[in-house]
Design a protein around this ligand. Structure first.
Ligand SMILES: NC(=O)c1ccc[n+]([C@@H]2O[C@H](COP(=O)([O-])OP(=O)(O)OC[C@H]3O[C@@H](n4cnc5c(N)ncnc54)[C@H](OP(=O)(O)O)[C@@H]3O)[C@@H](O)[C@H]2O)c1
Length: 491
């Protein structure tokens, strides 16, 4: 077997070793990248597509890399073939399947189902013939011809064929004709400034398949370079997007002695997409709870991490623990409610990390529970000051450092209270809701500086903060409700 991405890893949350996966439509494109990524993480993978020759070619390539991948032909459109596929998978994996990923493109079919006459193209005449046979047997008006859309001549030929097929009239143009112009137009709409690549998708799919992601369920995660956050006819983008050059990973920005550093989670890893080696991070509220776990995880992935909280003793304790493990961590006191202390914090961070910050985790937050009528102006100022304004201001202060790093990442820790209404949580929920919206705007504005912004909105998590909330009058009986309302049945 190949050395899997994480075979050297003790933390099984980041390995798929021993797991089984089925990826449909995996001989090229996104499915191909997903199958390969899952196999690299140690999973045994079965793939299917309609073309046995393509499958054989993929398997040969993967088997020569030592991946455990099998495959069989299946047209997922056919019920019989689907049943056969699952029988094959069941016998290959002894009746146990951990991961099922389904990729399928059905634009042509859907248009035909709505009564349109459709012409399709792809590079392989054999694939086209197979599709046409199927579709024609269903009575769809679909024709097709071979065309490699990257060739200008073949594109011109395609248009001639389409013109003669449809008597010179075309209502809908889908996909890749005039590919350059279409791509350019689409890239212009995407804040990150480029179309996605299969590897962009496969990384997330692999992550979602890992034990490390086991508390994520029922989410729809858009992976679109920020496409969805723009209003369709909004103002002119403030830039011509600059794509980040491929493999432009940040160089080490802080001097450190490699020999003294802990073995990082992904030290043995050639694929830099799964490493934070050489990166710098600031985690606010990093002395306990969610912030502590984040700081430790980032350090385990190789980042140099600075934490802040209000209590120096707690900071010292954390740093001692982490330094015993060989992590590159520093820390300083900062009450994020105070603008002066935020400025001091960022000066500190700039000097420790030589003016470059890769990752800003806005985690520190506070909560209180009162009815709308009982909240005072001071309560609102404290909740919004800590949970929203501090994050906004820290982003402003960090911008030059994030930009200078060439690879900036901001993660806000919001809450499901910012998405749903919970009793006595109106102002906490509003402050987190503000963060959710702010994430979209900052992601849009700062994409041009290679800074990405995202929010993680946790449900109830066992921490001091939750303990405090649960003891508040009128809230304590909600624990049972919270657990029973969660599909995973745990906090
Ligand atoms: N736990 C949950 O159920 C839950 C659910 C959804 C979202 N969240 C969010 O997750 C984040 C972390 O919560 P948690 O549950 O991990 O809380 P926690 O256990 O109370 O930890 C909070 C951390 O932030 C620090 N902190 C608090 N106020 C601060 C301030 N004004 N300035 C600087 N540091 C401050 C604390 O240290 P000091 O007190 O020493 O300053 C501590 O390190 C918060 O934004 C919270 O709203 C939590």
């Amino acid at each position: 077997m190949a050395e899997t991405k994480l075979s050297c890893l003790k933390d099984k949350r980041w390995s798929l070793d021993g797991m089984t996966a089925l990826v449909t439509g995996a001989t090229r494109g996104i499915g191909h990248a997903i199958a390969e990524e899952l196999a690299e993480f140690g999973a045994a993978v079965h793939i299917c597509s309609r073309n046995q020759q393509d499958i054989d070619q993929c398997l040969e390539e993967w088997n020569s890399k030592g991946f455990r991948i099998t495959g069989s032909a299946c047209d997922v459109l056919s019920r019989d073939q689907r049943e056969n596929l699952i029988k094959t998978v069941a016998s290959t994996f002894d009746g146990k399947l951990n991961i099922l990923t389904r990729i399928r493109y059905a634009i042509a079919e859907e248009l035909a189902e709505f009564g349109a006459a459709v012409h399709i193209c792809s590079r392989h005449q054999q694939d086209i013939d197979q599709c046409l046979e199927e579709w024609n047997s269903k009575g769809f008006r679909i024709t097709g011809s071979a065309c490699d859309v990257l060739s200008r001549d073949q594109r011109e030929n395609l248009i001639k064929t389409v013109a003669s097929t449809f008597d010179g009239k075309l209502n809908i143009l889908k996909s890749a004709v005039e590919v350059d112009k279409l791509v350019e137009a689409m890239e212009y709409q995407i804040p990150i400034g480029r179309l996605g690549e299969p590897k962009d998708i496969s990384g997330l799919v692999a992550f979602l398949s890992l034990l490390a992601a086991s508390y994520i369920t029922g989410q729809i995660i858009t992976l679109d370079g920020g496409y969805i956050i723009r209003t369709p006819n909004g103002t002119e983008p403030n830039r011509r997007p600059q794509s980040q050059p491929k493999d432009n990973y940040p160089c080490a920005v802080i001097p450190h002695d490699e020999k003294l550093m802990a073995e990082t989670k992904l030290e043995f890893f050639k694929d830099k997409r799964w490493s934070l080696h050489g990166m710098t991070a600031l985690v606010t509220g990093g002395t306990r709870g969610i912030g502590y776990a984040i700081a430790e995880e980032l350090a385990e992935f190789g980042a140099a991490v600075h934490i802040c909280a209000r209590n120096q003793q707690d900071i010292d304790q954390c740093l001692e623990q982490w330094s015993n493990k060989g992590f590159l961590t520093t820390g300083s006191v900062c009450d994020v409610l105070s603008p002066d202390q935020r400025e001091k914090l960022m000066k500190n961070v700039a000097s420790i990390f030589n003016g470059k910050l890769n990752i800003l985790i806005n985690n520190a937050g506070t909560a209180s529970t009162k009815s709308v009528l009982d909240y005072t102006r001071e309560d609102v100022a404290t909740l919004f000051g800590t949970n929203f304004e501090s994050c906004f201001h820290l982003c402003q202060l960090a911008h030059p450092l994030l930009k200078a790093s060439g690879y900036g990442r901001i993660v806000f820790i919001s809450s499901i209270s910012g998405l749903k209404a919970f009793p006595l949580c109106s102002i906490y929920g509003a402050s987190k809701g503000a963060l959710n919206q702010f994430t979209k705007n900052i992601a849009l504005e700062w994409a041009k500086d290679n800074i990405r912004a995202n929010t993680v909105a946790p449900g109830p998590v066992k921490t001091v903060l939750l303990d405090f909330l649960m003891k508040s009058p009128g809230v304590d009986k909600n624990v049972e409700t919270l657990i029973s309302g969660s599909p995973v049945s745990r906090i």
